[in-house]
Design a protein around this ligand. Structure first.
Ligand code: NAD
Length: 363
């Protein structure tokens, strides 16, 4: 089959890790006989420097017309001035809005061979294999009114949490569908003891649960969820939550893995159903890591596993996705480690060597 993929590396280590993701995509093409037509574009700081804007309309169009987008990361100290008229992150937000990706999916798996590298105790981490689904385009970050005003008593600020039933339902469906393809357990996170949005969220989750009798649904308050993620993370299969709670919980869940560099993500514009292709935006969860950029030592695993998610959710190539995930495990099992996950007795490899080893394992 032939696919068009937009490749947007961005800034810092973004292009370095994305190059390894592309290597793997090309290897999948060779091994399984698919054609990937790769089209590149600038986004973020590099686009500000070259074109005076973080996202050119033609790059947004390229992303919109592709079967999927492979993204690196944007940002860095040289574009950080708060008074600057534009920032690299604007390009990322515009792209997500342009693609209408409302569900962010982050699988978090603790590999047995890396269990000792985590900051948590090995016995807590055994068997951790979960997916966190975060609503990405609604709630507190977007709803109006929002802003600051000066009053006789001093400044006042307001943000609004607002969700429609439709927005809640579509992201909950993503959670139910993912759970259906896994261990069939869905944890719906809310703060229904206090927030009206959460009460609507819980009611909607309970109603949808009737359509998914094969999935065990539980409701957990966000504060309890934050605690259980550290105390007993292996109890979770799929977690689904609104935007702000999800932002915090996904970063907490990422700590369970040994390094930020290991974790992929997918942002989808539709509910993933087996056999149906969904527009998606795929990126490692980390940022541009200015402290290690340009040294060839970044861990490309997050980008490589993002390619696996792309094959699974946007291109309908499940067997190919599994083969990438197996190849990564094989390479880690054989002891190859970038510096972020290095331990005594392992072989230290560069970003490119890590990619090459995954290609060899795949082939
Ligand atoms: P970061 O994720 O870039 O880095 C945090 C730490 O993790 C650093 O020590 C870094 O060296 C390490 N790290 C990250 N990815 C790694 C990898 N693949 N291999 C090895 N080590 C890795 O977060 P930050 O330092 O808070 O942010 C740096 C810049 O990235 C900022 O400008 C921020 O705005 C931007 N950022 C962008 C995105 C995005 O584009 N989606 C996300 C987060 C941060």
């Amino acid at each position: 089959m032939d696919f068009k993929i937009a490749v947007l590396g961005g800034d810092g280590i973004g292009p370095e890790v994305t190059a390894e993701g592309v290597k793997i995509l090309e290897a999948v093409g060779r091994v399984f006989g698919h054609g990937f037509s790769l089209e590149t574009g600038d986004v973020g700081g590099i686009s500000i420097d070259k074109h005076g804007t973080p996202l050119l309309p033609e790059v947004a169009e390229l992303a919109g017309s592709a079967d999927a987008v492979l993204f690196g990361a944007v940002g860095g100290p040289r574009w950080d001035d708060p008074a600057a008229p534009m920032h690299p992150e604007d390009g990322l937000l515009q792209l997500r809005a342009h693609l209408g990706v409302f569900a962010n999916i982050r699988p978090v798996k603790v590999y047995p061979m890396l269990i000792e590298s985590s900051v948590l105790k090995p016995e807590v981490l055994e068997g951790v294999d979960m997916v966190v689904v975060r609503e990405l385009t609604g709630g507190l970050y977007y709803a109006q009114p929002k802003g600051r005003s000066e009053t006789p008593q001093g400044w006042t600020a307001v943000d609004t949490m607002r969700y429609s039933e439709g927005e809640i339902e579509r992201v909950l469906r993503v959670g139910f569908e993912l759970a259906r393809g896994r261990r069939k357990k869905l944890t719906s996170v809310d703060k229904a003891n206090v927030l009206e949005c959460s009460r609507l969220w819980r009611q909607t989750a309970t109603r949808l649960g009737g359509e998914y009798p094969d999935v065990e649904l539980e409701h957990v308050l966000v504060d309890a969820c934050a605690m259980q993620l550290i105390q007993r993370p292996s109890r979770f299969d799929v977690i689904v939550s609104e935007n702000t709670f999800g932002d915090i919980l996904t970063d907490e869940a990422a700590v369970l893995a040994a390094s930020m560099g290991l974790l992929p993500s997918a942002s989808l514009s539709d509910v993933p159903v087996a056999g149906r292709r969904t527009t998606g935006f795929y990126e490692p969860i980390h940022g541009t890591a200015p402290d290690i950029a340009g040294q060839g030592i970044a861990n490309p695993t997050g980008s490589i596993l993002s390619v696996a998610l792309m094959l699974r959710y946007s291109l309908g190539l499940t067997e190919e996705a599994v083969s990438i995930e197996r190849a990564v495990e094989q390479v880690l099992d054989a002891g190859a480690r970038t510096p972020d996950i290095f331990a005594e007795g392992a072989q230290q490899v560069s970003t490119a060597e890590m990619g090459d080893r995954v290609v060899s394992a795949l082939e």
